[in-house]
Design a protein around this ligand. Structure first.
Ligand code: UDP
Length: 398
């Protein structure tokens, strides 16, 4: 297949860890790489966010990244990109008219909106992966949700019109059906983990070493993790993510988290690393006894899979994709979100039990390898996309 993948804000070649660069960037890169490895031709269309970037560049995974000019060629916060989507979509349609693509696959709602219009113009089928949902964000963040108005209605429309919705976990399907999607429109294909990169390393003697990895945004629950840390004597917490270490002191969320740790009396047991590059991350995970993933909500969550692939137990919150990836009592523990006491109790119990730590770690590594490799994800996506090609051709709209 000749596949047009669309990821308007998440450039698969970007450095991840900052506010708007995380799991989607990793996902698009790994999926595009996996589809190329299976013999397909993949171009990822993303918005140009720097004037110097070449129009087309071949990434290490063998797919092309096409930087589409729409709006200023500069960093624009994700939630301010909506107004540039008509231009982005029109350019996609122009490029696709000449490009001979068989199918399009959109990532995130704004990409979906732009893709639908362009795909209809050239008459190709399109699939939709949301990565995150406005309805969920609104529920948790209420008036602090900075999404453009109308996001939820656009997502509802995308659910109803996409040729296929690819959901990443059962919880997302539940959310999508609440948005009015017919269950038959969706297939579940999870996110994956690079098991060649994240390899299982035998743990050192337990030493109360906790690790959290992720973007420094409030909903990732690092505040709850710090409050839990204060209740687990002698444990230490390393936090990977956020801007580069030199820029950390200016980061508002970093400052807020430090204030929480200071107030809870555990600042001396916390270390912030800032953004950690992909090649260093397996070593950082291997140096921990337990990886804590305690978001308020989580569309999928790739970090738990990375921890599992490295053979480390996950103590997390029972939300989103963690409900599928983490098996309580087997590969980790799940507690209710926003409950530092429950989190502390789970961590305390597990850290005090070296045999359970080892058992959970080994079981997690087996689970990641048997169910969540990017190879599995690419193969399942290939099957899903191919099923759309055999359908009646789309009507071409002017
Ligand atoms: N990540 C990273 N370096 C960092 C922080 C995060 O490489 O300093 C990666 C992390 O390993 C994972 C991704 O960013 O692959 C985060 O994905 P996840 O699905 O857990 O969260 P999201 O960012 O999508 O909310």
């Amino acid at each position: 297949m000749k596949i047009a993948m669309v990821s308007e804000h998440a450039n698969p070649l970007a450095v991840v860890g900052s506010v708007d660069a995380g799991g989607q960037n990793v996902h698009v890169d790994a999926l595009a790489t996996g589809l190329v490895a299976r013999g397909h031709e993949v171009t990822v269309f993303t918005r140009r966010d720097s004037p110097g970037a070449p129009e087309r560049v071949v990434g290490p995974g063998g797919y092309v990244v096409h930087h589409v000019t729409a709006g200023p060629p500069a960093d624009v916060p994700k939630d301010d990109l909506w107004r540039h989507m008509p231009e982005f979509s029109a350019r996609l349609a122009d490029l696709w008219r000449r490009g001979g693509f068989d199918i399009a696959h959109a990532h995130f709602w704004m990409s979906g909106w732009a893709t639908r219009a362009a795909a209809r113009r050239v008459g190709i089928p399109w699939a939709m992966t949301f990565h995150a949902l406005g309805s969920v964000k609104r529920r948790h963040q209420a008036e602090r949700d900075t999404s453009p108005p109308g996001r939820i209605e656009v997502e509802r429309g995308l659910c109803a019109t996409a040729d296929l919705v690819i959901a990443t976990c059962r919880d997302e399907v539940r959310e999508l059906t609440e948005l009015g999607m017919a269950r038959s429109r969706a297939r579940i294909i999870p996110c994956g983990v690079d098991v060649e990169h994240f390899t299982a390393v035998p743990p050192e003697a337990p030493g109360g070493r906790l690790l959290a990895v992720g973007r420094l945004v409030e909903r990732k629950g690092l505040g709850d993790t710090l409050r839990a840390l204060a209740r687990v004597p002698d444990a230490t917490l390393t936090i990977a993510g956020g801007p580069t270490p030199d820029a950390l002191p200016l980061d508002p969320e970093y400052r807020r988290l430090r204030a929480i740790a200071r107030g809870a009396g555990c600042l001396d047991r916390v270390r912030f690393l800032g953004a950690v590059a992909r090649d260093r991350l397996p070593g950082v995970i291997a140096a921990a006894d337990v990886v804590v993933v305690a978001p308020w909500y989580e569309p999928f969550g790739i970090v738990p899979l990375e921890a599992m692939a490295c053979g480390r137990p996950v103590v997390g919150t029972a939300v989103g994709g963690l409900l599928d990836t983490v098996v309580p009592g087997r590969t980790g523990e799940l507690v209710p979100p926003r409950d530092p006491d429950a989190l502390a109790a789970a961590l305390d119990g597990l850290l005090a039990d070296p045999a359970r730590l080892r058992r959970y770690g080994a079981a997690g590594a087996r689970r990641a390898r048997s169910l969540y490799t990017w190879g599995h994800v690419a193969a399942a996506t290939e099957t899903a996309l191919q099923s759309l090609l055999t359908r009646v051709p789309q009507e071409v709209t002017p």
